[in-house]
Design a protein around this ligand. Structure first.
Ligand SMILES: NC(=O)c1ccc[n+]([C@@H]2O[C@H](COP(=O)([O-])OP(=O)(O)OC[C@H]3O[C@@H](n4cnc5c(N)ncnc54)[C@H](OP(=O)(O)O)[C@@H]3O)[C@@H](O)[C@H]2O)c1
Length: 268
């Protein structure tokens, strides 16, 4: 099953030759490369697999696109810094604290080496997900609707952006000829706990199911940055518009549910 207006094709990107064959066969106008091993615990447990998925495949795709003269957007992360400063801009030097961050940081550099006109987008997303991959907002809404307690960190900060807003911004940035590294995140920095509270308010759900947690108290987790907020000033200047505060983005998330997007995604 495909999303309306899209067609899925399975691609082999595991080698440079396979990726070149795939890109040549499809002859796309634009490649937006999102694949990777994104589970932080899984990356730490299997660093070679993380290296292959996050660096190797990204490089294969970037080289194939460069050889075919195809534009590429490489989706990166906000997980690249140790988290000692809020709202870092594009000039900040990555200093990742775990395997996921290190492989994503290396991927950025390798992609830009292979394809200097690439657009590398650092971000952190929320929005409706398919049944096989629940997003952060899906997990929170499910817990609140089922009246189950959920613990959210009050000491982890980020600048989340709705997937649809990100997709539109990326297309507009490509149309404007943007290249290099750009932070394409939401306009508002907040904690994961506050994100949950704002979500509950927007959807009229009881916030008492949300418990306060602190990542510093959770010793089971792989080390993570506590501050992941990105400054999106450069992207806003290029786009000539803000990217979105939480109220507007959460209202749009709710509107998407009324329009049937979660149901469509769950059928995938
Ligand atoms: N979610 C976020 O908030 C967030 C935040 C910052 C950055 N990002 C970045 O955004 C991108 C997408 O994230 P996501 O949350 O959508 O990730 P996701 O749900 O984990 O999806 C990653 C996709 O990559 C595919 N993949 C993994 N290993 C592969 C391999 N060796 N070869 C081919 N495909 C492979 C996976 O395929 P299977 O399903 O078959 O395993 C999956 O479809 C990633 O680059 C991530 O680093 C995400």
């Amino acid at each position: 099953v495909d999303l309306a207006g899209t067609e899925s094709v399975r691609l082999d990107l595991s080698s440079g030759t396979a990726a070149r064959r795939s890109i040549d066969r499809l002859a796309p106008d634009l490649v937006v490369h999102t694949a990777g091993l994104t589970n932080v615990e899984a990356c730490e447990a299997a660093p070679e697999q993380a290296q292959r998925a996050n660096v190797g495949i990204s490089l294969n795709v970037a080289e194939a696109c460069a050889a075919a003269g195809v534009r590429i957007v490489h989706i990166s992360t906000d997980h690249l810094f140790s988290g000692d400063r809020p709202l870092v801009d594009e000039a900040a030097w990555p200093d990742p604290v775990n395997v996921y961050g290190r492989t994503k940081a290396e991927a950025e550099a390798r992609v830009l080496d292979a394809h200097p006109a690439a657009l590398v987008v650092r971000t952190n997303i929320f929005g409706w997900g398919p049944a096989y991959r629940r997003s952060f907002s899906d997990v929170i809404l499910e817990a609140l609707r089922q009246r189950e307690p959920i613990t959210l960190f009050e000491d982890v900060f980020y600048t989340p952006i709705l997937m649809e807003t990100l997709a539109k911004a990326v297309h507009d940035l490509v149309a404007a000829g943007a290249q290099g590294i750009l932070h394409v995140s939401g306009d508002e920095r907040l904690s994961k706990h506050d994100f949950g509270r704002r979500l509950s308010q927007q959807f009229g759900l009881d916030p008492r199911w949300i418990r306060r947690g602190r990542i510093v108290d959770d010793r089971r987790l792989v080390r993570r940055p506590r501050e992941m907020g990105l400054s999106n000033v450069k992207a806003r200047e290029l786009l000539g518009r803000p990217l979105g505060g939480m109220d507007a983005q959460l209202a749009r998330l709710q509107e998407q549910e009324r329009e049937g997007l979660p149901a469509e995604l769950r059928s995938l």
